[in-house]
Write a protein that binds this ligand. Structure first.
Ligand code: AMP
Length: 196
């Protein structure tokens, strides 16, 4: 099973992707996590990406396209994968389509989590509070200023992907404001229907 999650930052893509990973035994491929790992490891890509990420901007298409094209070649992606946070621009969607075509792979679903943007800011604040309470480290882009920039980047560059995938008949929009279990169940319903 190969699927993409779309939705603004804080919509719950990562949370839902993690749940499906357990249910279907396929990996969650979060470009944000991969880039953060590159930043922590101090790799060349990490050094190039850090400032852009901290400011809430988008890392260049070339960098993320290469990361994903290489990642989906790995053995654990044999049964499928869940893309979380990629593609984020139409050129990325086109690059993904090319990379998948070259491997004779197709997408099973593109799921968009629709959310109220006002509520997102509150979600980010509670994510920060929960992380701190659990003794974790808060992401360097989890602050109101970077969050606003991430939301603006989403509206300008990522939101057009909904129309892109809708035209291809692959988009399913779900209510991301419902409670976490209800969203998971709705996603599973979509996936079971597409597998039937
Ligand atoms: P995320 O964890 O998905 O919220 O991503 C955190 C940050 O990583 C984003 O704000 C971007 O700076 C960068 N990033 C993650 N995925 C992508 C992508 N597909 N294209 C460009 N930048 C990305």
């Amino acid at each position: 099973m190969r699927l993409i999650f779309l939705g603004p930052p804080g919509a719950g893509k990562g949370t839902q992707a993690k749940r499906l990973t357990e249910k279907y035994g396929i990996p969650q491929l979060s470009t944000g996590d991969m880039l953060r790992a590159a930043v922590s490891a101090g790799t060349e890509i990490g050094k190039r990406a850090k400032a852009v990420m901290d400011a809430g901007g988008l890392v260049s298409d070339d960098i993320v396209n290469q990361i994903v094209a290489e990642r989906i070649e790995e053995a654990d992606c044999g049964k499928g994968f869940i893309l979380d946070g990629y593609p984020r621009t139409v050129p990325q969607a086109m690059a993904l389509s090319e990379a998948m075509k070259a491997k004779n792979l197709t997408l099973d679903a593109v799921i968009e989590l629709k959310v109220d943007e006002e509520a997102l800011v509150r979600r980010i604040e509670s994510r920060v509070a929960e992380t701190i309470a659990a003794g974790g480290t808060v992401r360097s882009d989890d602050n109101p200023e970077a969050f606003r920039k991430r939301l603006a980047e989403y509206r300008a560059k990522t939101a057009p992907l909904s129309a892109y995938y809708e035209e291809q008949g692959e988009l399913v929009a779900l209510d991301g404001m419902a409670d976490v279990d209800a969203v998971t169940n709705a996603i599973i319903g979509v996936l079971e229907k597409s597998a039937a």
